[in-house]
Unconditional design. Structure first.
Length: 555
């Protein structure tokens, strides 16, 4: 019986990993590439030094780019699922290392609860459901491996720690926090071994310096005196949001509602509780030395984030919750290392974990449904429009926020995208899928098509004929149909004398005509040119006017 109980935490962790992997991959099944991922897919498709080492924002992304390009070459670009599989592997590995780290300090059951919270960390939905965040996940994975390797306190462990630290730096700037952790860990070790162990952090730091001098110094930075002065408040808020995230109290992904009130209260309670317990039990100052490397790493990460704060990089940002929660767990594990937990305390901790899972799962699902899926609809619709217009679209045509309906596709231009599709396949909707897509996607496809083809109009005053020719169709304003079909070619839109007429088009949209034509004056003729493209589906023209309007084919 004792042997079964001893293995129970590991068995339950394995089951939790399987459940987490199944959940994330199920949620990801109908998602596609998002946001910054397109920067890699469009502009880093070779293995040149610049493609691999150019900074992304302020970060080195050497290994994320390598992973993305290898996956692209093996599996193509038709589905993002292979990238999700890589992300899930990374997430599971991080949870496993959290379990090992915490188990060494407070036992297997509390380690199990910590790992489960990391696996189902709903407030970190951005990390759990966006493969681009393999950069943060990779840095945390190899940073944790480095900390565990240093605990061997032998040459093999130091060599492994040095290699792991270099890998952590190659994933993102978050690796810098673990350079600081390694420095503190070595400094706290035997004094006679300081110099002989300095290579653990010195070699990775030197490699990072070489990258910075060659490529990283060109990165845009948002460090400012204002951010530095405001950093204590920013860090305090990050800590509060991170603690709240453990209990599923993160902001709602769909509307941003939620604050750090509960997190602040929990932080105060934890600090007071640990302080009182430590004083009563031990009545001596000092903490376990393993606390200081992770505390230094956490502080470094939080302050670096604060120094670079801009709108969208708030303390409550989902992607920051993942690293914050892991650092908080590591700190708590070291603070509680000498505490002996009885069965009752373990049961209470298990109940708190179970209660936290419900809100966390809701936040994770809301992050998928309220954020990533709507962007997937726009992404697949907008790129489908580019493919439909491929015969006439300019290579420089870009999916700007005004055209695309989202700022997450700014890295896509038609030339790069169509080249990638030809080489690796298409993630866009087929025409049949576009017709079955949500209205938001069909609407945006019409907007993109109108700009990509592009549709063109020329308006001249006068020219309205008293009687319609044989090739003319009257719109509703003249007693005709509410809308008329337009195929490829030129069409004359004749507006009778009177006020201005509002003309608009649709093609895949159903509920509205989302493509406006510049309002035309009365007694005018507008020539509308519709280029031929890859779809046989016609456009539909609607007129809002008090006087007759008709569409005629040029004679």
């Amino acid at each position: 019986m004792e042997r079964i109980l001893a293995k129970a935490p590991q068995v339950l962790l394995a089951l939790a990993m399987v459940a987490a992997a199944a959940l994330i991959l199920t949620l990801a099944a109908d998602l596609t590439y998002f946001g910054d991922t397109w920067s890699t897919l469009m502009h880093r498709r070779d293995f040149s030094a610049d493609a691999l080492l150019d900074p992304h924002n302020e970060h080195i992304v050497l290994f994320p780019v390598l992973i993305s390009q290898l996956v692209l070459r093996v599996f193509g670009m038709t589905s993002a699922m292979p990238e999700f599989v890589v992300l899930v592997i990374g997430l599971l590995a991080v949870a496993a290392l959290v379990f090992v780290y915490v188990k060494r300090r407070v036992g297997p059951w509390l380690a199990l609860f910590a790992a489960v919270l990391v696996l189902f960390l709903g407030p970190a939905w951005e990390v759990l459901l966006w493969p681009f965040e393999i950069n943060y996940v990779g840095s945390l994975l190899f940073g944790l491996a480095m900390l565990l390797a240093l605990e061997r306190e032998d040459r093999r462990g130091d060599l492994g720690a040095c290699a792991f630290l270099a890998l952590a730096l190659g994933f993102s700037g978050l690796g810098l926090t673990f350079v600081v952790a390694a420095f503190v860990a070595v400094a706290l070790g035997p004094r006679q071994r300081w110099l002989s162990r300095a290579y653990v952090f010195a070699i990775p730091a030197a490699l990072f310096a070489v990258w910075y001098l060659g490529w990283g110094h060109e990165a845009e930075t948002h460090v400012s005196l204002r951010n530095v002065l405001a950093s204590p408040r920013f860090v305090a808020e990050q800590l509060a949001y991170g603690v709240g995230a453990l209990f599923g109290l993160g902001p709602n992904p769909t509307n941003g509602e939620g604050d750090a009130v509960w997190g602040r209260a929990i932080v105060v309670a934890i600090v007071l509780g640990i302080g009182v317990y430590a004083y009563r039990r031990y009545r001596r100052p000092g903490f376990y030395l393993g606390l200081w490397p992770v505390a230094a790493a956490a502080a470094t990460g939080w302050f670096l984030t604060a120094f670079n704060a801009i709108p969208g990089r708030d303390p409550s940002a989902s992607r920051y919750q993942y690293a914050s929660v892991i650092f908080i767990i590591l700190i708590l594990a070291n603070l509680l290392r000498e505490v002996r937990f009885g069965t009752r305390a373990v049961v209470v901790a298990g109940c708190l974990t179970v209660f936290a899972l419900g809100p966390n799962l809701i936040l994770l699902k809301d992050g998928k449904d309220g954020f990533f899926y709507p962007h997937t609809v726009l992404t697949r619709s907008d790129t489908a429009a580019i493919e439909i217009a491929r015969e006439t679209v300019s290579p420089d045509f870009a999916l700007t926020p005004e055209v695309a309906g989202t700022p997450t596709l700014i890295d896509i231009n038609a030339g790069s995208y169509l080249s990638a599709v030809e080489e690796h396949g298409s993630p866009a909707y087929t025409e049949a899928e576009l017709l079955a897509a949500p209205e938001s996607g069909r609407r945006q496809a019409d907007v993109v098509l109108s700009q990509a083809l592009p549709l063109a109009t020329v308006t001249g005053l006068g020219g309205f004929r008293a009687s319609a020719g044989p090739g003319c169709k009257a719109l509703a304003a003249g007693g005709g149909k509410p809308e008329v079909e337009l195929g490829p070619g030129s069409h004359l839109i004749e507006v009778a004398p009177g006020g201005r007429a509002e003309l608009s088009l649709r093609r895949f949209a159903v509920a509205e005509h989302p493509v406006p034509i510049t309002a035309v004056p009365g007694d005018s003729v507008t020539e509308l040119t519709v280029p031929a493209d890859a779809s046989p589906r016609p456009w539909y023209l609607e007129a809002d006017a008090a006087q007759p309007v008709r569409v005629c084919d040029p004679s």
